[in-house]
Design a binder for this molecule. Structure first.
Ligand code: PLP
Length: 369
């Protein structure tokens, strides 16, 4: 089955079950459960919810493992770290991964005895690169520099080192890339971004190929309580149906924008895995269905980037990415990433490609040289 059809039908009620086409969100803090609790499937709103179950079934089908929803991408990342890492353990992280992930490990987890090593995402793991690690996290494409890690190569080296591999799949999403099939034990993602795509909710999930780790993650969520709201989960599941058509337009536009920008002399360092000149192009082509909707580039200076962002009419200046409306931001305004002052991260929405190209071209002209 084509992955777009798969995503559209994933987690939905089969034809043989009469009832609502897509049952609405179930809002229930508690359930009527007389007598022995073990006789009831639904007990309490922190333990189970049928709206989660349908969404998790969809994610599990797409990821090719078992999946658990969390209240945000960071709640999912935290669940992974808290479940796997113990004092004295070492985790290997990409030096260029999502800043909050690095902050979490270098701060809170370091204070609790977890050691970490940073390696660039572009590392082709040398023999021994992951020695001594309990967990290796890859992030591909990385945010915001869109570097590519070869997941199968990272998985092989992690296995050789006796480490578990997790992939932060946020930028690609499971609609474009399946880390578990490439040898990762965990696929973790913020579903706030492209997977749900409407900039109206915050959500995350962890998927795993291991039933043992799944049980541990489930216990963490039940005890730690980072559960998603049923409304967000229902909106996410509704949005999943259109991921194929959204992504087709978004990836087409990203390729067109990257190609157009690469030909300009007033824009430098255009980073998009779909470009043949991108250092991760071949690995991306092997492991991703499409190169995604996010690209980055440098317009020269903080002043020019500010003028450019201010002159765009269709593109909102906002953080995050992956939504149906195009967004862009000057990434250095946050600090934390090793990027230049003129570095812009750009997320293509579903506007007609020609309109997006025209808007970018007029904004670059307005921003001057
Ligand atoms: C946004 C993001 C996260 C965090 O997700 P939230 O839903 O904002 O908590 C984690 N990893 C990557 C790569 C991200 O882009």
């Amino acid at each position: 089955m084509h992955p777009d059809t798969h995503a559209l039908h994933a987690g939905h009620t089969p034809n043989t079950t009469p009832g609502p086409f897509m049952p609405g969100p179930q809002f229930s803090a508690t359930y009527i459960t007389p007598g022995d609790p073990s006789e009831h499937a639904l007990l309490y709103g922190r333990f189970n919810n049928p709206t989660w179950t349908a969404w998790e079934k969809a994610l599990a089908d797409l990821e090719g493992g078992a999946a658990l929803a969390f209240s945000s991408g960071m709640a999912a990342v935290t669940a992974l770290f808290a479940t796997v890492l113990r004092p004295g353990d070492t985790v290997v992280l990409p030096a260029d991964c999502y800043y909050t992930t690095r902050q979490l490990i270098a701060g809170w987890f370091a204070e609790h005895g977890i050691k970490h090593r940073l390696v660039p995402t572009t590392t082709v793991p040398a023999k021994g690169a992951f020695d001594g690690a309990r967990l290796v996290l890859a992030e591909t494409p990385s945010n915001p520099e869109l570097a590519i890690a070869d997941i199968a190569a990272w998985a092989a080296e992690a296995r050789a080192a006796g480490a578990l591999l997790a992939v932060d799949n946020t930028t690609a999403t499971v609609a474009l890339q399946q880390p578990l099939a490439l040898g990762a034990t965990f696929s973790v993602a913020s579903d706030t971004k492209m997977l749900t795509g409407h900039a109206d909710l915050v959500l995350g999930h962890v998927a795993t190929s291991s039933t043992e780790w799944f049980e541990k993650l489930l216990l963490w969520r039940k005890l730690g309580g980072a559960i998603p709201g049923p409304m967000e989960v229902w909106l996410a599941h509704r949005a999943l149906g259109t991921v194929g058509v959204r992504l087709a337009r978004q990836c087409d536009s990203a390729m067109a924008v990257a190609t157009m920008l690469s030909g300009r002399r007033d824009v430098h360092n255009v980073l998009y895995p779909g470009l043949a000149a991108h250092p991760g192009h071949d690995a991306a082509a092997r492991q991703m269905r499409r190169p995604g909707c996010v690209l980055s580039f440098d317009v020269g200076s903080k002043e020019r980037a500010t003028a450019f962002l201010g002159a765009l009419t269709l593109v909102r200046e906002a953080t995050s990415f992956g939504g149906i409306h195009s967004t862009a931001e000057r990434r250095a305004r946050w600090g934390g990433d090793a990027v230049t002052d003129g570095f812009v991260r750009f997320s293509c929405g579903i506007e007609a490609t020609e309109d997006l190209l025209a808007d970018i071209q007029q904004a670059l002209a307005t921003a001057g040289a």
